[in-house]
Design a protein around this ligand. Sequence first.
Ligand code: ZN
Ligand code: ZN
Length: 144
Amino acid sequence: MDVVNCLQQHHIKPSLQRIAIMSYLMEHHTHPTVDEIYQALAQSIPTLSKTTVYNTLKLLSDHGAATTLTIDERNTCYDAVTQPHGHFLCKKCGRIYDMPSISDTTQVEESVMDGHTVQEIHHYYKGICKHCSSLMSQAQQEHS
Ligand SMILES: [Zn+2]
Ligand SMILES: [Zn+2]
């Protein structure tokens, strides 16, 4: 989807900085943090501040254009994919991977549960990712 369209659909006025931040999120499915986005965009947008990045991400997630992830308690991460899906955090490299959504829970997305209106569902998994575990087993083999 076009970035400007996407912002307008979520009733967000498409300013230059908002477009840049939203496109970064849509192009990088790595669940970036405020710092990562700021560092990536600061060169091309000299007027950009970290506060603007933070406020824009908050605006995007308040309007449902992005999701805020708190899987990593040290860093808040952002995701342009707003369809419900799980996340896996590798405790070793800190990378966040998308996990398939759990079919039972997609049914209740944005529905009413016990009288409450559900707007977001988060599934967080933590462990060691496949890349780190293969590196670890390689290292073990080299030492034995
Ligand atoms: Zn890892
Ligand atoms: Zn994700």
